[in-house]
Design a binder for this molecule. Structure first.
Ligand code: PLP
Length: 229
């Protein structure tokens, strides 16, 4: 068994244990394998172990892997910061974008999404950590941004995403994730019909699942430590 395959088994077992502890069905939590900085060959090894959904943070790097692996039935998620001049490449090559935090970016994605690909799935990235993080829309701006994105053609608003500040304090982790869940519940009470809470990474996926995550984004625990560049 490859290291990636055994790592995936461990991660799936962690997800299942956390789900059961939370009284949830393990199958209700999707696993996104975050392959940034890793090669197409490593994505292929994860695919061989049954993984289908992959997340990338950098457009150029992601597009190279998407091209190299185009024969495989993979779903690609863009999860990194979005520059305006990269929206076309993202809209043409990815199935999901988790990191939308500005209306202008959503508009550009909508304009660039090729009709034949079907709608681009969107999560709004929310800054749930206040001063401790600069990425994401402020919680009080989520509703107006969601209203704007909902009206755009070729986009399908699916839910919310957050990357809280790293913390070893599980109560703090849970508080941040709970904040995101409450925002999603408010939008759904207003009729948005959202089904995705993208939260939880290698270090904090248990806390995220306890608070209702429907998709966890896991890199290190599957592929190993990233070499810092
Ligand atoms: C890198 C990254 C991840 C994965 O982080 P790990 O700690 O390696 O699991 C998840 N989400 C986002 C947005 C990332 O940038």
């Amino acid at each position: 068994m490859s290291t990636i395959e055994s790592n995936l088994q461990v991660v799936r077992a962690r997800i299942a244990a956390a789900a059961r502890a939370a009284g949830r069905e393990p199958g209700d939590i999707a696993l996104l394998a975050v392959s940034k900085t890793f090669a197409a060959g490593e994505v292929r090894a994860a695919y061989a172990a049954g993984q289908r959904e992959f997340g990338e943070n950098y457009v150029q790097e992601g597009m190279e892997k998407i091209a190299a692996l185009s024969a495989l039935p993979l779903v690609w998620h863009f999860i990194g910061p979005i520059q305006s001049n990269k929206t076309r490449a993202i809209a043409e090559h990815f199935g999901w974008v988790h990191s939308v935090a500005r209306e202008k970016i959503a508009l550009r994605l909508a304009q660039a999404r090729p009709q034949e690909l079907g709608p681009l799935n969107i999560c709004l990235q929310v800054n749930v950590s206040g001063e401790a993080s600069k990425s994401g829309v402020a919680p009080e701006e989520v509703r107006p941004l969601a209203e704007a994105v909902r009206t755009l053609p070729r986009l399908r608003l699916r839910g919310l995403m957050a990357v809280p500040e790293p913390s070893g304090d599980i109560e703090l982790q849970r508080r941040r994730f709970r904040g995101l869940r409450v925002l999603l519940e408010r939008l759904n009470a207003a009729g948005f019909g959202l089904d995705t809470l993208s939260m939880g990474m290698s270090q904090d996926l248990e806390a995220a699942i306890m608070e209702g995550a429907t998709m966890v984004r896991v890199g290190t625990a599957i592929f190993g430590e990233r070499v810092k560049t």
